[in-house]
Design a protein around this ligand. Sequence first.
Ligand code: ATP
Length: 496
Amino acid sequence: MVSASRVGKRYGPTVALRDVSLTVTPGQSHALVGRNGAGKSTLVSILTGLSKPDTGTIEFGGEPAPPVADREAWRRHVACVYQHSTVIPHLSVAENLFLNRQSGGRFAISWRRLRAQARELLDSWGVEVDVDTSAGELSVEDRQFVEIARSLSYGARFIVLDEPTAQLDHQAIDRLFARMREMQAAGVTFLFISHHLREVYEVCQAVTVLRDAGHVLTAPVAEIAHAELIDAMTGERGGLTVADAAAREALASDVDEALVVDGLSGDEFDDVTFSVRRGEVLGLAGSNASGKHQVAETVYGLRAPAAGRITVAGRPLKTGDVPAALEAGIGCVPRDRHHQGLVLGLSIADNATMTVLDRLGPGGIAAPGARTRTARTALSEYDIVAAGPDQAVSDLSGGNQQKVVLARALARDPGVVVLINPTAGVDVKSKGALLAVVDRVRADGKAVLIVSDELDDLRLADRVLVLRGGRVVGEHDAGWADGDLVADIEGVELDV
Ligand SMILES: Nc1ncnc2c1ncn2[C@@H]1O[C@H](COP(=O)(O)OP(=O)(O)OP(=O)(O)O)[C@@H](O)[C@H]1O
């Protein structure tokens, strides 16, 4: 289907790809895995014609790839569905699918035909989305299906999915995989990028590992063991170790409550009450529609509640006010790192020290030495792969950007830490390192609220509250069995 031969790419002094070859067989789902910064996105940008390799060649079906400038020709071969949306939010699904392809000038648009064509296209690939919906209102899941259908309508039968499951809950992931299998049977080939190796085993037939800009191996998934795959990614032996809360001693009963949430109601959640003590980790789990993100966003001030109170270290918190939350000692890793987490045009040092400028120099202006020192510590402590503290955050790989967000959240030494999907997009080894940092923060006596569906993340929690339909419906103490927690999240009974 596609073949990359000895591809090389540099960004200034950074070697992003070194002599990498990859062949994807038609009709397969081929996984591309590797640690943060290994070169996956760079290879995808070359395979999709968005950037030109410095060395090496790309072929589709044995023919040389089109020149980079010929976007239309590339579109007929390949498309990539990214984590961020490429649909135009205020246009309808039908308009997104067909508007730029109308012939006969702008006054000749037949809206009826356009909608009928759109419906036919979606039906033919089994995508159940209303073509009149405005694209901005689509769920992440439906948006991805619409983008896949759009690529297929250009004739492409090779689709790159870049961490497609990162924002989906369990049920949506199952639906995505079912649809991928159907499309595969109908002749579509996928290149699938994920940090969840379980998913690789579930949906792919072949896997390629990149490490430090180089190709390490390509193998049939059935012939490579999980541990071997992790070893290939990390270049060393050993898998993920998480400090399971079940293994530590219970907190003494007289430890103070650092965060109290009392009768909190708001957008998509109702009457939520809990408290987190110093040195305790509380997990919040639930589907994407459970309201768990909204609860956490209300705690760190991004949303104003309709009712209820939040108390931090015994003092009432001014709600709906992010600076007030920061001042009260709440640090956060927000849900959407591109919009809420980082200033992409600024450097790692600027981003990592943004919350602590007042502590690094007089008048909120950091002394350059202090700023660089803080940033260098963050680079090593959070395992960030970068050219140095002055590299722009926009040039970092996705997983490394996430690590900068965590560094910034903790820089101010907050008493309460709110983490939303803290290990999203983070590779298996860095995930261990980040969770170890969170565990250290807990051991230092901070209260941690962690919102995630990742069982690895939730292992760290002393207790996990499950939300459904905006209400707390269950509580699980550390030591829960995976199946019980997942069943509670999904709202199904286990027949045991
Ligand atoms: N535009 C750019 N300018 C400078 N360096 C870049 C640029 N794009 C990528 N890099 C660097 O190239 C290397 C490979 O990055 P790439 O984004 O391909 O990694 P990745 O495997 O996709 O990682 P992740 O899993 O975190 O998404 C990294 O060191 C990154 O910092």
